[in-house]
Design a protein around this ligand. Structure first.
Ligand SMILES: Nc1nc2c(ncn2[C@@H]2O[C@H](COP(=O)(O)OP(=O)(O)OP(=O)(O)O)[C@@H](O)[C@H]2O)c(=O)[nH]1
Ligand SMILES: [Mg+2]
Length: 433
C-alpha cells in the first residue's frame, strides 16, 4: 500500500500538532524533513531534533513505530511539531511532494482493520470516543474499543460453529433417529442464542438515546414560560424572555448533560392561531419538533386553565409559575417555577426517568450503533428461520440459515464485511484518524 500522511490533531492553532505518516516509505519520507532520523532510529523512542523543509525550521519530536507494531500495522512516523495550523499544512504539502499521499477520512483506522490490528467494531469505538460529548457516550465508546462487541459476537459465532459441527456429524450418519434428535437440539440451542441477542437488543433504545442525545422539546401556549425554562435547564440566559406572548419564533436548540447523558433541548414558539406569517412559520416548526421528540415537556401556566392540545407518545405535563399559586391542578406530573428555579432538578430527573433505562445505562454494555443493531436483527431472523425449519426441513437446509446468522454477525466485526461496507464506515471518521 502507498504511504499516506495527514495532520492528526484538530484544525486550528495549538501548542503541538501531530503529523502522521504511514506506509512503506514513512521513514524515508520523514527523514527528508527530519535529518536526525537518517542516522538510524529505535522504534518507539522519541527523537528530538530539527525539522527542516522548504526554508522553514522548527524544533520537533519524531516517533517511529516499526511495522507491524504500530496503529496501522505499517511503518509509521509521527512528527510532533509546533502547533501552527499553517505550519502543519505546509509540512503536509511538502510530504506530499516527497511522495506521500494525503490520507482519506479514517484511512489510518481502515488500514489498521485491513492489516488485522483491530476489528471494525473496535474502530467504531475509537470514532465514538472521539465524537463523545457525554460521559455515557465515552463509556459506550470505551466498551466498544475494549472489545465488548467483539466478544459478544465471537461468543455467539462459536456456539453456531458447534451447532454446525454437530449437524455435519448427523449428515454423515443419516439414520432417521439421529436426524430428528439433532434437529430438536438445534432448535433449542438456537432459541438460547435468540434470547442472548434479544437481551442485547433490549439495550438499543437507551443505547441510541445515549449515542444521539435525548431530544427534549419544550412546547406550550405563548407565555407559559418555555424560554425561561430553557434558561433554567441550561443554567444561563440563552433565550429571550419577555412578558409579550409570541416572543420566541424560531426554534432555539441547546443541550445539557444530566447523570452522564446528553439532552438536546429545543425551545419552540408558543402554539396559538395567528395571522402573523413569521410566527406561524415558527409554530409550524414547533409542530415538527414535537413530532420528532423523544419526549415533549408540555409547559402550562398554572394560573391559567387553558391547556395546549399536544399529541405525543411520551410527554410530561408541567405546571409552571407555581410561585404564583398554591393550588396546583392534580393532573400535572410536576409543578415548577422557571422563575425561581423551584423543582428544576426534579424535572430533569423526571425527563431522565421517562426516557433512559438506568439499569441498562449502569450495565454499561449497551448497543449504540444502528449498524450493529440491524445486523443483530438480521442474525436473529436467520436463527428464527432455522428454528422454524427444524420440524420441516432437512438438516442440510438448517446449515444454510445457520451460516447466514454467522455471516451477519461477522459483518459487525468486519470478518464478513465487503469493501463497500468498510469504505462507508471509515468515511464517518475524521481526517488523520
Ligand atoms: N412568576 C413567574 N413568572 C414566570 C415564570 N416563568 C416565566 N415567567 C414569566 O412569564 C413571561 C413569559 O415567559 P417566557 O419564558 O418568555 O414564555 P414563553 O413560553 O417562552 O413565551 P413565548 O416565547 O411567547 O411562547 C415572562 O414575563 C417570564 O418572566 C414563573 O415560573 N413564575
Ligand atoms: Mg419563548
Amino acid at each position: 500500500m502507498d504511504t499516506i500522511c495527514a495532520i492528526s490533531t484538530a484544525v486550528g492553532n495549538g501548542g503541538v500538532a501531530i503529523i502522521r505518516i504511514s506506509g512503506e516509505n514513512a521513514l524515508k519520507i520523514a527523514s527528508s524533513v527530519f535529518k536526525k532520523l537518517e542516522k538510524g532510529v529505535s522504534p518507539r523512542m522519541a527523537v528530538f531534533g530539527e525539522l527542516c523543509f522548504d526554508g522553514v525550521r522548527d524544533e520537533a519530536l519524531a516517533l517511529y513505530f516499526k511495522a507491524p507494531h504500530s496503529f496501522t500495522g505499517e511503518d509509521v512516523v509521527e512528527l510532533q511539531i509546533h502547533g501552527g495550523y499553517y505550519l502543519a499544512q505546509s509540512l503536509v504539502k511538502y510530504l506530499i511532494n516527497l511522495g506521500a499521499r494525503l490520507a482519506e477520512r479514517g484511512e489510518f483506522s481502515k488500514r489498521a482493520v485491513l492489516n488485522g490490528r483491530m476489528d471494525i467494531s473496535k474502530a467504531e469505538g475509537i470514532i465514538d470516543l472521539i465524537n463523545a460529548n457525554s460521559q455515557s457516550q465515552l463509556r459506550a465508546g470505551s466498551s466498544l474499543l475494549a472489545g465488548g462487541m467483539t466478544r459478544f459476537v465471537e461468543n455467539i459465532q462459536n456456539a453456531l460453529t458447534e451447532i454446525m459441527c454437530e449437524l455435519n456429524v448427523a449428515l454423515d450418519y443419516p439414520e432417521h433417529d439421529i436426524e430428528y434428535i439433532t434437529a430438536q437440539k438445534v432448535a433449542t440451542e438456537c432459541q438460547q442464542l435468540v434470547e442472548k441477542i434479544d437481551n442485547k437488543l433490549s439495550t438499543a433504545d437507551t443505547g441510541l438515546l445515549v449515542a444521539n442525545g435525548v431530544n427534549v422539546v419544550l412546547a406550550g401556549l405563548p407565555n407559559a414560560g418555555k424560554s425561561s425554562l430553557l434558561n433554567q435547564l441550561l443554567g444561563y440566559e440563552r433565550a429571550i424572555v419577555t412578558d409579550i406572548a409570541g416572543t420566541t419564533r424560531d426554534t432555539v436548540r441547546e443541550s445539557y448533560e444530566y447523570l452522564g447523558v446528553r439532552f438536546n433541548i429545543v425551545d419552540t414558539a408558543g402554539l396559538r392561531d395567528t395571522t402573523d406569517r413569521v410566527e406561524s412559520a415558527g409554530i409550524e416548526r414547533a409542530r415538527q419538533e414535537i413530532s420528532h421528540a423523544d419526549i415533549v415537556v408540555v409547559l402550562c401556566d398554572a394560573t391559567d386553565n387553558n391547556r395546549p392540545n399536544i399529541q405525543a407518545i411520551n410527554k410530561i405535563l408541567v405546571a409552571n409559575k407555581s410561585d404564583l399559586i398554591d393550588n396546583i391542578a392534580p393532573d400535572f406530573d410536576i409543578a415548577i417555577s422557571a422563575k425561581t428555579g423551584k423543582n428544576i432538578d426534579k424535572l430533569k430527573q423526571l425527563i431522565f426517568d421517562k426516557t433512559i433505562n438506568s439499569g441498562v445505562l449502569l450495565g454499561g454494555d449497551f448497543l449504540t450503533n444502528t449498524r450493529h443493531i440491524e445486523l443483530l436483527k438480521s442474525a436473529r431472523e436467520a436463527l428464527i428461520d432455522t428454528i422454524e425449519h427444524c420440524s420441516i426441513a432437512t438438516l442440510d437446509c438448517l446449515a444454510v440459515t445457520l451460516m447466514q446468522a454467522w455471516n451477519k454477525l461477522g459483518e459487525i466485526t468486519g470478518e464478513c464485511a465487503n469493501e463497500k461496507i468498510i469504505n462507508e464506515i471509515f468515511a464517518r471518521f475524521c481526517l488523520g484518524k
